[in-house]
Design a protein around this ligand. Structure first.
Ligand code: IVH
Length: 668
C-alpha cells in the first residue's frame, strides 16, 4: 500500500472509530490504539502536504489561525417554533393539526428540545462543506472551522450510505454539563467571568476566533432536522433514523405518537427523566411526522404550523433558609440574597438564591429556618419562589433594610421601580468602582487594559476615587500596586492616553448620567454638539429631541445641577477629553449603502422614519416606496405590514431590524 493509500485508509478508520466513540458511545478499540493511529496519520500527512484535507480526523484539534466569520445567506430560512406551556396549548395544537389535515390520520414525532444553539450543516457527496449558525434566521455566520472540532459531527460519511448527494441537516450545538462545570471552574480560578448557562457557554465557544479553544471545550451536537431536494422518505422520524446510520448523533429519545395521550405520556416521562441527561434540555418539540402533511400545513410568518415547542417548567427544589444578605450592585441597586443549605438544582449545587427586591421579600414572609422553594430557569442565578409549607419557626420575620450596608446612606426607591438604591454615587465604594468600570468599558472610553479586578484593586489602594483620577496616574504608582508588571502598566497608561481621542458621544455615555445609554448619548451629542450646550439645556429643549423623554431629560437636569458633577466634567476637560463633536463627524458621509434600494416599513424605536430616510441618504443609499426584486433590503420596525412581509419572503428580500441597520451604517 502506498503512503497515500495508507492516509486514506487511516482516515476512514479513524472516522469510524470516532463515530463509535462519540456517537454510539461504544468504542471498538482501546484509546491508546486510537491515539497511535492518529499519530501515524499526522506523521504521514506531514510527509504529504498535497493530501491536506480540512475534513481529515487530524483537523479536529483546531487551529489558532484567526478565524473571521463570513455571513452566509441560508438557502432555506431557519424558522423558530411557537412555544406552549401547558397541556391545553398542546391539545390546541393537536386539534389545529387535525383540522388542518381534514381528518386524515397523522403521527406526531416527539423529541427533546435541546437548549443550545442551532446549527445548519451542509454536506455534499458525503463531506461536510459548511456549517452556519442561525444568525437572524435568514443569514448566519460561517463557523465551519470551529464545527470541525466537534467530535460527534461527522466530517466524512461512510461511502454508499444511501444519503442524498446534497443535503442540509440542522441541529443543536451544546455544551454538556460536565464540560460546562469544568469550564466555569477553570474560569473561576482565573477570575474570569463565568458563563451563565451551558447555552451561553456553547454560543460563546462556537463564536470563538480560535478553533483550538473550541476543540478544548468539549462541545457536542444533536441533529434533528433533515432538509434537501432528495430526502429519502416521507417520514421525519424515519429520515432521522437514517441520518443516525449515516453517522449523525440523533437523540434516542425520539418517539412517534399516534394519539394526544401518547404525546402527554412522552412529556410527563421526559420532564422527570431529562434530569439524567448529559446535556441541557428546556422542553419537548412536537412535529407532524409526514413531510407531505408538513407541507400541506405550511408555515406562518415566523414558525411552521406543523410543529411546536412545549417548554418545561423550571426545576424546583426545597431547602432551608439560613440568612438573608443585602448586596450593593455597581449601579447602587440593593439585592436581597438568601443563603441556604446546599441543594442540587439543574445539575449544579446551589447555596444562594436571589430574593429580587423588597416587595418579593415581603410577599414571601421569610424567617430563618423556613423551608423554601428554589427554582432555576435558564439563567445561572436561582431564585426563591415560595415556601414549601407555612413557617413553624419562631424566629422573627426578616425585613428589608433602610440603609446601605456598604456606606450607611439612607436607601431610596424611585417612583414606579421595584428596586431600592443607594444614592451615594460619589461616596459608596461599590458605586464608585461601578462608575469607574462603566467609564473604562469598551463602549464607553474603551480603556481595555483596565479589567474589573484592576479597577477594584486601584480603588482599594486609594489610587483612584473617581474616573477623572485615571488621568493623573503615574507609572511609579502603578508599579507599586499589586499584580502589575512594567508591560501591563505601560499598556494601561497608553490606553488611558488613547482614550482622550474617544469621540464626544462616548464621553457623554461614559460619565454615567442615569438613564443616558449609548443611543441617548449619541442622539444628544449630535443634537447639541457639545457638553457645554447639554449641561445648560432646559427641560423643554431636552424633551424636543427625538427619543429623549421626561425621565432622561430630568435625569440630565439633575446631573448638571450637582456641583460635584460639574467639577468632575471640568477635570475631564482639563485632561483633554473630547467635549464636543468633531467637525468631520458633523458632516460625515459614507458610501456604505451605495447602490442600495431600501424600503422602510413598520414602527421604530431609536429614530423616526424621517431620520432613517436621512441616514440612508447620508450613507449613499436610496429610499424607495415599494418592494420589488431590485430591493436590496427592508429596514423593518415593529408591526411591519403582513402583505409586505409576505412579498419580501416570496422575493427573498432580506429583512433588517433597526439595530442591524444602525450597525451596518456604523451609527451605533
Ligand atoms: S426543529 C422548523 N427540533 O429550538 C423547525 N428545534 O424555537 C426547526 N431546538 O431554533 C426546529 N431542539 O434551535 C427542532 N428537537 C428539536 C429542537 C429544536 C432544540 C431549538 C432550535 C430552534 C428552536 C426553536
Amino acid at each position: 500500500m502506498t503512503e497515500q493509500e495508507q492516509i486514506l485508509k487511516l482516515r476512514e478508520e479513524l472516522h469510524k472509530h470516532n463515530y463509535n466513540y462519540y456517537v454510539l458511545n461504544m468504542p471498538a478499540i482501546p484509546d491508546q490504539e486510537f491515539d497511535m493511529m492518529m499519530h501515524q496519520l499526522q506523521d504521514l500527512e506531514k510527509l504529504h502536504p498535497e493530501m491536506a484535507d480540512p475534513n481529515s480526523p487530524t483537523q479536529r484539534v483546531g487551529s489558532d489561525l484567526n478565524n473571521e466569520f463570513t455571513t452566509i445567506q441560508h438557502k432555506r430560512p431557519m424558522l423558530s417554533l411557537a412555544n406552549t406551556y401547558n397541556r391545553q396549548e398542546v391539545s390546541d395544537f393537536y386539534e389545529r393539526v387535525k383540522e388542518g389535515l381534514q381528518g386524515a390520520p397523522f403521527q406526531i414525532c416527539c423529541e427533546l428540545k435541546f437548549d443550545g444553539l442551532s446549527i445548519s450543516l451542509h454536506y455534499e457527496h458525503g463531506r461536510l462543506v459548511r456549517a452556519v449558525t442561525r444568525g437572524d434566521g435568514t443569514q448566519g455566520d460561517d463557523v465551519t472551522q470551529n464545527v470541525r472540532t466537534i467530535k460527534s459531527i461527522p466530517l466524512l460519511l461512510p461511502q454508499d450510505g444511501g444519503y442524498p448527494e446534497e443535503f442540509e441537516i440542522r441541529g443543536e450545538v451544546l455544551m454538556p454539563w460536565t464540560s460546562f462545570e469544568r469550564l466555569n471552574e477553570q474560569r473561576a480560578g482565573k477570575e474570569e467571568p463565568l458563563f451563565a448557562n451551558p447555552r451561553n457557554a456553547a454560543s460563546g465557544t462556537l463564536k470563538s476566533k480560535n478553533s483550538i479553544v473550541v476543540a478544548e471545550r468539549g462541545l457536542d451536537a444533536y441533529l434533528y432536522y433533515l432538509l434537501g431536494d432528495d430526502i429519502p422518505v416521507d417520514g421525519h422520524y424515519q429520515n432521522m433514523e437514517a441520518a443516525r446510520k449515516w453517522g449523525f448523533q440523533v437523540s434516542k429519545a425520539m418517539k412517534l405518537a399516534n394519539t394526544l395521550q401518547e404525546v402527554y405520556d412522552y412529556i410527563e416521562y421526559w420532564d422527570k427523566e431529562r434530569k439524567n441527561l448529559p446535556v441541557a434540555t428546556d422542553g419537548i418539540v412536537l412535529k407532524v411526522n409526514s413531510l407531505a402533511q408538513q407541507k400541506s400545513l405550511g408555515i406562518t410568518a415566523k414558525s411552521p404550523r406543523w410543529a411546536i415547542a412545549y417548554k418545561f417548567q423550571a426545576e424546583q427544589a426545597e431547602t432551608i433558609l439560613r440568612q438573608v444578605v443585602f448586596q450593593v450592585g455597581r449601579t447602587g441597586t440593593i439585592t436581597p440574597v438568601a443563603n441556604m443549605d446546599p441543594i442540587q438544582l439543574s445539575g449544579t449545587q446551589v447555596r444562594r438564591a436571589t430574593l429580587h427586591n423588597a416587595d418579593v421579600m415581603a410577599q414571601l414572609d421569610l424567617h430563618v429556618g423556613d423551608h423554601i422553594l428554589v427554582e432555576k430557569g435558564g439563567e445561572i442565578i436561582p431564585k426563591v419562589v415560595g415556601k414549601a409549607c407555612p413557617s413553624e419557626s419562631a424566629s422573627p420575620k426578616i425585613n428589608f433594610i433602610g440603609y446601605c450596608p456598604a456606606c450607611g446612606s439612607k436607601l431610596i426607591r424611585y417612583e414606579g421601580e421595584a428596586a431600592h438604591y443607594c444614592p451615594n454615587e460619589t461616596g459608596c465604594p461599590p458605586l464608585i468602582v461601578g462608575k469607574i468600570e462603566h467609564f473604562v468599558s469598551r463602549k464607553a472610553m474603551n480603556i481595555f487594559s483596565l479589567g474589573p479586578e484592576i479597577v477594584e484593586s486601584y480603588f482599594e489602594q486609594g489610587l483612584i476615587n473617581n474616573p477623572a483620577d485615571l488621568y493623573t496616574l503615574r507609572a511609579e504608582q502603578l508599579l507599586n500596586a499589586d499584580k502589575s508588571n512594567a508591560i501591563s502598566v505601560n499598556n494601561i497608561l497608553i490606553s488611558i492616553e488613547e482614550s482622550k481621542k474617544v469621540p464626544f458621544e462616548r464621553v457623554l455615555f461614559a460619565i454615567g448620567i442615569r438613564f443616558v445609554g449609548e443611543i441617548a448619548a449619541k442622539t444628544l451629542a449630535r443634537y447639541f454638539g457639545s457638553m457645554e450646550k447639554i449641561s445648560t439645556a432646559t427641560l423643554d429643549k431636552l424633551i424636543q429631541v427625538n427619543g429623549i423623554g421626561d425621565v432622561i431629560a430630568n435625569s440630565i437636569i439633575k446631573y448638571f445641577s450637582d456641583q460635584k458633577n460639574i467639577s468632575f466634567i471640568r477635570r475631564l476637560k482639563e485632561y483633554g477629553l473630547q467635549m464636543q463633536i468633531s467637525q468631520e463627524q458633523q458632516e460625515a458621509k459614507s458610501d456604505r449603502l451605495a447602490d442600495n434600494s431600501i424600503v422602510i416599513s413598520g414602527v421604530f424605536t431609536h429614530h423616526s422614519r424621517d431620520e432613517y430616510k436621512a441616514l440612508i441618504e447620508k450613507h449613499g443609499g436610496k429610499n424607495v416606496g415599494s418592494i420589488s426584486g431590485k430591493t436590496s433590503f427592508i429596514l423593518a420596525g415593529e408591526n411591519m405590514g403582513p402583505s409586505k412581509l409576505e412579498k419580501a419572503q416570496k422575493l427573498g428580500v432580506r429583512i433588517m431590524n433597526e439595530d442591524e441597520f444602525l450597525q451596518l451604517v456604523g451609527e451605533v
